[in-house]
Unconditional design. Structure first.
Length: 282
């Protein structure tokens, strides 16, 4: 006898903007797995109760988005090592009534970037921004073997605190935004990653000169709306290599799909185009 369809969802507040139903829906279709994936708006006041309700209803798990990523960590019965280091969870997996918190953002970031680096691990990286997204990027860079990281933020005290908290196998130096702009004019860096919300649609774009950057520099913006941010356009004009941020969103979903539905899936051009069209990016 075939079992009931497997059930998963993305939970956030608000949730209408989430692309996760499109991504998981694409893979449910391509694998032929009998499953459902929905978007649920959970209010912060009732988040824990609402999650437990899904466990009781037999869900396999959920993806978690803003503003619940820290609350998700707090309610879990077990926490994997990556989620613990990042201090947030984007994936809750339900097994035998227990909730396991994972974080696949660091994985998604590196999977998106690594093919463009052709196996090279940058000796040094400049990370712009010290918010939630920076946490996953700092963990991923260290796990990949980057040992020298400069972390720049508008509020430099926040960069200092994050550097102190997350420095593990790398040395992380905290800088102000202005000092980072001066660094980009002075020194050719192998990798620059923007994790800040600057450059997002409706926000102040990053327009610094980057005078010392060359074809040796890889620039990755994890902002994906717009796909071509001012930072990436400027970097390309200087001859730098660039990677946009949409792939991180797509790749972070792969381990979650496998956990919820048991299927191994890949990020292909068809999926990327579907999400780009749905978001009005092309
Ligand atoms: P996320 O979880 O997406 O990283 P966040 O935690 O709110 O979001 O962090 C946003 C990041 O973008 C922060 O590093 C923030 O800098 P501050 O810590 O100084 O607030 C950065 N940011 C947002 N708007 C910015 C702007 N106009 N100029 C520079 N940095 C900005």
């Amino acid at each position: 006898m075939r079992g009931a369809p497997l059930k998963a969802a993305v939970v956030g507040h608000p949730i209408a903007h989430s692309q996760s139903p499109t991504i998981h829906g694409h893979w449910l279709e391509s694998t032929g797995i009998a499953g459902t994936y929905e978007a649920l708006d959970f209010h912060p006041d009732s988040f824990a109760v609402d999650i437990r309700g899904l466990v009781e209803r037999g869900f396999q798990g959920v993806n978690v988005t803003v503003p619940h990523k820290e609350a998700a960590l707090a309610l879990a019965d077990t926490i994997d090592a990556t989620a613990r280091r990042i201090g947030a969870s984007n994936t809750l997996v339900f097994t035998d009534g227990k909730i396991e918190a994972r974080n696949t953002d660091a994985y998604g970031f590196w999977e998106n970037l690594a093919p463009s680096l052709s196996g090279r691990v940058p000796s040094r990286a400049l990370v712009l921004g010290a918010g939630g997204a920076a946490r996953a990027v700092l963990v991923a860079l260290q796990d990949a073997g980057v040992t020298d990281i400069v972390l720049a933020n508008r509020t430099v005290s926040r960069a200092r605190a994050l550097a102190d908290e997350l420095a593990d196998t790398a040395q992380i130096e905290a800088l102000s935004w202005d000092d980072a702009e001066a660094l980009m004019d002075r020194e050719t860096l192998p990798l620059i990653v923007n994790t800040s919300s600057r450059g997002m649609k409706g926000e102040n774009p990053i327009t610094c000169a980057m005078a010392a950057q060359t074809a040796q520099t890889m620039v990755n913006d994890i902002v994906y709306n717009p796909l071509q941010t001012a930072l990436l356009t400027n970097a390309r004009a200087r001859g730098c290599q660039t990677v946009d941020g949409l792939g991180m969103l797509l790749h972070q979903a792969r381990p979650a799909f496998q956990a919820f539905f048991g299927g191994r899936v890949s990020v292909d051009a068809g999926l990327r185009h579907k999400v780009e069209r749905r978001m009005g990016l092309v």
